[in-house]
Design a protein around this ligand. Structure first.
Ligand SMILES: [Zn+2]
Length: 286
């Protein structure tokens, strides 16, 4: 009986040892596959999914993908996460807290490319504050190169609960961000049809100060509206300003569904100007 007990104990402990060895092997295999795959789980990016409503394969949009080459590890991880929904990347800590949004219109490509390049730049800097970057507000629309998602303009729905732009705005409120920059492109012979920065005087006048700084430092035209939310409702910038979060909309000049290095760099210059207004970094890296 005693011997049987010992045997049983031996069998149990052997099983445990085997289990540990097996777990060890499977852990090694998992990590190896993750590295080879560029898995988001082991990428050091601090990334969160804001919405699972509109995931998309960004790499299917060749005008975005070709402008991202050579693809950085960070870009690869973000594209992978975008398949599941709207990713937000956090860089830095403390205040001010700033939010940069691109891809509210899926067919305006340059700012989306620029935001991935900005992430690589910011990760190399010591920031005084936190930057939250949403490179693809609606990855599905970006994949399709479509201004609309399910027939809806996301820059007219930020006031409608649970729309993707409303989810982004709610997140900004929850995080207590100090300002939002929403980055777009405008095609020639449309409105505004020129590189510019939109802002409004009322009710959040700092919108004008931010736009003025970007206008002077980046060389973009300044477009000032007397009041946010007029003549139309639901723009991310307007709804943020109406809610007391200073906000601007930046536009670079580009045909829709198109991007090249020069235009992407213009969007990047605007983004850096927006951040530099708040003294996030020392060097003005334009
Ligand atoms: Zn737009």
């Amino acid at each position: 009986m005693k011997r049987y007990k010992n045997n049983k104990r031996f069998i149990i402990s052997s099983k445990l040892i085997f289990k540990k060895i097996f777990e060890g092997f499977s852990m090694v295999e998992f990590d190896f596959e993750s590295v080879m795959d560029g898995d988001a789980h082991i990428n050091p990016l601090d990334m969160e999914l804001l919405s699972r409503e509109a995931g998309g394969y960004i790499s299917a949009n060749k005008n975005i993908f070709n402008n991202l080459k050579p693809l950085s590890d960070n870009a690869r991880a973000i594209l992978k996460e975008s398949v599941k929904g709207t990713p937000m990347i956090k860089i830095g800590n403390g205040y001010p807290r700033l939010m940069i949004v691109s891809g509210i219109h899926g067919n305006e490509l340059a700012p989306q490319v620029a935001s991935l390049k900005l992430i690589d730049v910011l990760l190399k800097l010591k920031l005084r504050g936190t930057v939250y970057i949403i490179p693809f507000a609606c990855p599905y629309a970006s994949m399709m190169s479509n201004r609309y998602f399910k027939g809806t303009d996301l820059n007219r729905t930020a006031h409608i609960q649970n729309s993707i732009s409303n989810v982004i705005l709610s997140k900004a409120r929850e995080l207590g961000v100090s300002a939002i920059g929403d980055f777009h492109s405008t095609a020639p012979n449309t409105n505004p049809g020129k590189e510019g920065v939109f802002c409004s005087k009322s009710p959040t006048v700092e919108s004008v100060s931010i736009a003025s700084y970007i206008s002077r430092s980046a060389g973009s035209n300044m477009i000032v509206y007397p009041a946010a939310g007029v003549p139309f409702k639901g723009a991310v910038e307007d709804e943020a300003n109406l809610g007391g979060i200073p906000s601007v909309t930046c536009e670079v000049l580009s045909a829709t569904s198109f991007a090249n290095e020069r235009i992407c760099n213009r969007a990047l210059v605007q983004m850096k100007s927006f951040l530099h207004y708040f003294g996030i970094f020392d060097e003005y890296m334009v």
